[in-house]
Design a binder for this molecule. Structure first.
Ligand code: BG6
Length: 469
């Protein structure tokens, strides 16, 4: 079986992780420009000032993507490049840059798939309360409209937000992402709600413009499974799925929050400040949301605990996705299991968990259209005689694409796959050591690009539409 004709084979990146040019051509400061410079916040104090200099080398990079046969490129727009202070003047130079990137993609027939928010918030808004302040909702709606107006004639696929669960958890509970708050559960839930409202506003604006493209959101897909058949651990997996998945997916797809969480928040005095109008907007926008993007790296294996959590602050290395942390409410813990396989950074490799998770989604949300907007292996790639022989990455992607094929044959509505990442880039908390790309970037040699083994392999997969998988 080949992948269906309308299935897109792509790869992804994000502005802060590739662009660099942090203060060029009128770009404003982002929260990451500031946060990454606080000593100890990132691995070896790396930051995105230069990143891999995609801002100046996008032509070379997109040419390589074309050579790989990429059908679609998912990238994000840096809000502070478009509106430097978040909600004021528009920076024409920023518009020009993304026009160039989009046109360069189209020159090769590569479909641009654009994310509006991949974590780099204009610092001016962050300083005014960021996602907790409703001003940011209005600012996002304006920014989204500017992007639709500027690029919507050529961009027909829009993602509003990337991984709300990650930037809110790390930003408001764990102190590991901006704004660096610890254990602020009230702000955490408020921020998530404000993001969902901002998403809903953007969906409405987009549909009113009648540009006839599609719009959705990208979430982490981290389905939770009990470590065994014990009742208390099965309860833990149900609890984890409600807080980590349904709290994020329900408001987008069903237009309402899961009552299991809503009731608990009410009891604890953590209910976000939400208005009837906002709740109605969520309901209305859910009817127009076109798809969900899933970023799948690993499932969660969970066990019940009963702990009082004094502080949810975690060190940088514990904030990088390796299992072992208790949930913020002390109900369960994620667990590393002896019979599972893990990457060098302790992320479980499980294509079975992927398939089981997709089935879980279908059961809850029916035929919703899905894209895999990120999936891939973070590794320190082996270099032999100057060649980057990233065989483990090939194996990883092969397994996951094979699962997608079976999922499609089961009737799961999957329309595209974006490997993370198209090119080696800056990992927020792991610097340049953890590589994901099909294209290698030589940091010791003027950021020279080089094709990895996986580059040739993915090209073949695309050419043959995955027939051999
Ligand atoms: C996702 C993000 O969470 O995971 C990406 O959307 C990120 O931006 C990717 O780079 C991999 O994470 P890490 O920590 O391994 O770089």
């Amino acid at each position: 079986m080949k992948f269906p004709k309308d299935f897109l084979f792509g790869a992804a990146s994000a502005s802060y992780q590739v662009e660099g040019a942090w203060n060029e051509d009128g770009k404003g400061l982002s929260n990451w420009d500031v946060f990454s410079k606080i000593p100890g916040k990132t691995f070896e104090n790396t930051n995105g000032d230069v990143a891999i200099d995609h801002y100046h080398r996008y032509k070379e990079d997109i040419k390589l993507m074309a050579e790989m046969g990429l059908e679609s490129y998912r990238f994000s727009v840096s809000w502070a490049r478009i509106i430097p202070d978040g909600d004021g003047e528009i920076n024409e130079k920023g518009i020009e840059f993304y026009n160039n990137v989009i046109d360069e993609c189209l020159k090769y027939g590569i479909v641009p798939f654009v994310t509006l928010y991949h974590w780099d918030l204009p610092q001016n808004l962050e300083a005014d309360g960021g996602w907790v302040n409703k001003r940011t909702i209005r600012a996002f709606a304006k920014y989204a409209e500017v992007c639709f107006e500027a690029f919507g004639d050529r961009v027909k696929h829009w993602i509003t937000f990337n991984e709300t669960v990650v930037f809110c958890t790390l930003g408001y509970l764990n102190g590991a992402h901006p704004p660096g708050l610890v254990n602020d559960q009230k702000k955490y839930f408020q921020a998530t709600h404000n993001v969902f409202v901002a998403h809903a506003e953007a969906v409405q604006i987009y549909k009113n413009l009648r540009q006839f493209g599609e719009i959705g959101i990208t979430h982490v897909f981290n389905p939770a499974f009990s470590i065994d058949g014990k009742e208390e651990n099965i309860f833990a997996s149900m609890h984890a799925n409600h807080y980590q998945t349904f709290w994020y997916y329900d408001p987008i797809l069903k237009g309402e929050y899961p009552s299991y969480v809503v009731d608990a928040l009410k009891e604890k005095g953590l209910t976000p400040d939400w208005t009837e109008a906002e709740l109605t907007l969520l309901k209305d926008a859910a009817d127009y949301n076109d798809f969900i993007g899933l970023n799948y790296y690993q499932p969660a294996r969970v066990a019940k605990i009963n702990e009082t959590i004094e502080s949810t602050k975690i060190d940088r290395d514990k904030a990088t996705g390796k299992p072992g942390n208790p949930s913020f409410d002390g109900v369960y813990r994620t667990v590393m299991m002896e019979d599972k396989v893990y990457t060098k950074w302790g992320w479980e490799i499980s294509s079975e968990g992927f398939l089981d998770g997709l089935r879980m989604l279908k059961e809850r949300y029916g035929d919703v259209k899905l894209y895999i907007t990120e999936n891939g292996l973070g590794d320190e790639d082996p270099i032999i005689d100057g060649e980057i022989v990233d065989v483990p990455r090939i194996k990883y992607i092969e397994e996951h694409l094979t699962v997608i094929k079976s999922a499609i044959s089961e009737g799961i509505n999957l329309k595209g796959y974006y490997a993370w990442s198209v090119i080696d880039l800056l990992s927020w908390l792991n610097g340049y050591k953890k590589q994901y790309g099909f294209i290698y970037v030589d940091h010791k040699n003027n950021l020279e690009r080089k094709k990895k083994l996986s580059f040739h392999w993915y090209k073949h997969i695309i050419e043959t539409r995955g027939e051999e998988l």
